[in-house]
Write a protein that binds this ligand. Structure first.
Ligand SMILES: Nc1nc2c(c(=O)[nH]1)N[C@H]1C(S)=C(S)[C@@H](COP(=O)(O)O)O[C@H]1N2
Ligand SMILES: [Mo]
Length: 557
């Protein structure tokens, strides 16, 4: 051994490379679990990871968000939370190393990150109370105290140890006299004669980990209990029969072609796009909706029971997300049950701008602070815009807006489909920019005509002969008139359209193709009932929806 390894050095290594970072991790873990417990007493959304995650979502530039939705889909939130946990882990490790040298500085660092959590929690649009800072503050204080305490139990440099007893042969073998002394010193340390009480540290660390786990488990179960009253309120709901039922779906609206999506999307398969890291669980019995603003002669607050007592309409409507790429999955078709929004507004004195009404924008606000702006003209032009309570025969699932959401045929979700709605304000486009508009998305966004090849899938290898090409096309509230298929650079062929349910729903189509061996590009385009054919040119999703033709490349064997 050429280098002399002194006792002091060795302890430094132990402190900085192992136990210091471990103390940091334990402190971080304690901070998060204490925060979780306190958030159960405040509200689950105020817990620091959720708050920082929400603040991150709010501040994510639109192209990045778009990219995240495209690559992670509905898992984008899981990815974000894992990312935050990874960053926190690194910070905890770093603060542990700092604390091993300077206890106070390390502890102060933990408090600083608590402050970041507190600011994120109170700065969220859905935060109405300063108590939202409590989980972060309590967690940070607990974490800082634990780090300070554990760092005080780490081996200290430069203190002489008292060698005691002979070193074991194995330790002394080929390591030279310096290392032998080190080994002796460490054994001495076990007895705590030099201020480094190894057993004491292990006990303290284990106790801290166990206590944190207990606190975290308690917090989780309390948070879950909060959700249970909402679940119970949903389970008790019996949806009334509609005053105006949807016409039965034509039998020939759904094609029997393998690989094509179902005509009605089951609730559990329905795409989900929102900014909520925690799905709001609202008790229907304590929910209310306030309607107010310009031109509302009689403002009002409605309860869920009030809505159930009103005449309900039932309609099939295809929802589409503006973030859907050409050929993408963010469209779904459901049978919605709800109150006609135009009737409700008219009763309260609201007039559309074309009839002299002062408000041209309806802003819906959700319990999670989302704001969504919809043209009043569209809501009141005769289409079946509704406050939906039911989706495919069930009360709305929590993920899809329970207890009440908006649905407006023909408009992308970000300008129409507010979930977990709690307020409707009549205002103007000049006066107010809702959430997405502040982030460079369009103020108004009717759904663009789109068509999608569902089968064959990209890079499929069908056998030569008849290959069924099939998919869906949508142009909500205008209706689909024609779908055409092109193979490679050949001529356009008209596909066969399935029966139309309503002009607010998507339409399935199919085309039996005599496939010849080789690589082929299949392209689809649709024409809506106004006579407009989908443009070929691809545009991005931002600001008002992607356009362009969908195509898939396959290999025929
Ligand atoms: N409260 C709230 N409502 C929301 C959103 C949201 O982020 N928060 N996203 C909107 C968007 S962009 C779309 S496309 C639809 C999606 O509804 P779904 O998740 O039920 O499919 O909800 C809309 N309503
Ligand atoms: Mo969306």
């Amino acid at each position: 051994m050429s280098e002399k390894l002194t006792t002091s050095r060795r302890r430094k290594v132990l402190r900085l490379a192992g136990l210091g970072p471990l103390s940091g991790l334990l402190a971080g873990y304690a901070a998060l679990t204490v925060a979780e417990l306190v958030s159960a007493g405040v509200r689950p959304e105020a817990s620091p990871v959720i708050a920082v995650g929400g603040a991150t979502i709010d501040r994510t530039p639109a192209p990045v968000k778009d990219w995240a939705i495209r690559h992670f889909g509905t898992d984008d939130k899981l990815v974000l939370q894992l990312g935050i946990l990874a960053v926190l882990t690194l910070l905890a490790l770093a603060l542990g190393i700092v604390a091993a040298r300077h206890r106070r500085t390390g502890a102060a660092g933990v408090l600083l990150f608590g402050l970041v959590g507190a600011l994120a929690a109170t700065g969220r649009p859905d935060s109405t109370s300063a108590t939202d800072a409590l989980p972060s503050v309590a967690g940070a204080v607990a974490g800082a105290a634990l780090l300070h305490w554990l760092a005080g139990r780490l081996p200290q440099c430069g203190r002489p140890a008292t060698p005691r007893g002979p070193a074991r042969e194995s330790e002394a073998m080929d390591t030279g006299p310096a290392a032998r002394i080190d080994a002796l010193a460490d054994r001495g340390g076990e007895d705590g004669r030099d201020g480094w009480d190894r057993r004491g540290f292990v006990i303290a660390a284990t106790a801290a980990a166990a206590a944190s786990t207990g606190v975290g488990a308690l917090g989780r179960s309390l948070n879950a209990a909060r959700g249970r009253s909402a679940i119970a309120s949903r389970n008790r709901i019996v949806l009334p029969t509609p005053a105006s039922a949807a016409a039965p779906i034509p039998e020939r609206a759904a094609l029997r072609v393998a690989g094509i999506g179902r005509f009605i999307t089951p609730n559990h398969d329905f795409y989900r796009v929102d900014t909520a890291l925690v799905v709001p669980r609202i008790d229907a019995t304590s929910w209310s909706l306030r309607i107010h603003g310009r031109g509302v002669t009689r403002g009002m607050t409605l309860s869920y029971q009030d809505l159930l007592r009103m005449p309900l309409i039932e309609r099939d409507i295809t929802l589409t997300c503006v973030s859907n790429e050409v050929g993408g999955p963010y469209a779904g078709n459901a049978r919605w049950l709800g109150v006609r929004l135009a009737d409700l507004l008219a009763q309260r004195g609201v007039k559309p701008p074309s009839k002299g009404g002062p408000a041209d924008q309806l802003v819906a606000r959700s319990v999670d602070g989302m704001t969504i702006g919809t043209p009043v003209e569209d809501v009141m032009d005769g289409r079946d815009a509704m406050l939906a309570l039911g989706m495919n025969g069930q009360p709305l699932p929590f993920e899809h807006g329970f207890p009440v959401r908006m649905v407006v045929p023909g408009l992308y979700g970000f300008v129409s489909a507010c979930k977990w709605i709690k307020e409707i304000e009549l205002t103007t486009f000049d006066d107010y920019d809702p959430y997405w508009v502040k982030r460079n998305w369009a103020r108004k966004a009717p759904i663009k005509t789109e068509s999608r090849i569902d089968t064959p899938k990209p890079f499929a290898r069908p056998k030569a002969g008849t290959v069924m090409i099939a998919g869906v096309a949508w142009a909500q509230h205008r209706g689909i008139d024609k779908v055409e298929i092109r193979v490679d650079d050949g001529p356009w062929h008209e596909a066969e359209l399935a029966a139309e349910d309503t002009r607010d729903t998507w339409r399935q189509w199919s085309f039996p193709w005599q496939a010849l061996p080789g690589s082929h590009t299949l392209t689809v385009r649709a024409t809506d009932r106004t006579g407009e054919t989908q443009p070929e040119r691809r545009t991005r999703t931002i600001p008002d929806g992607a356009s362009g033709w969908h195509s898939v490349v396959i290999n025929v064997d």
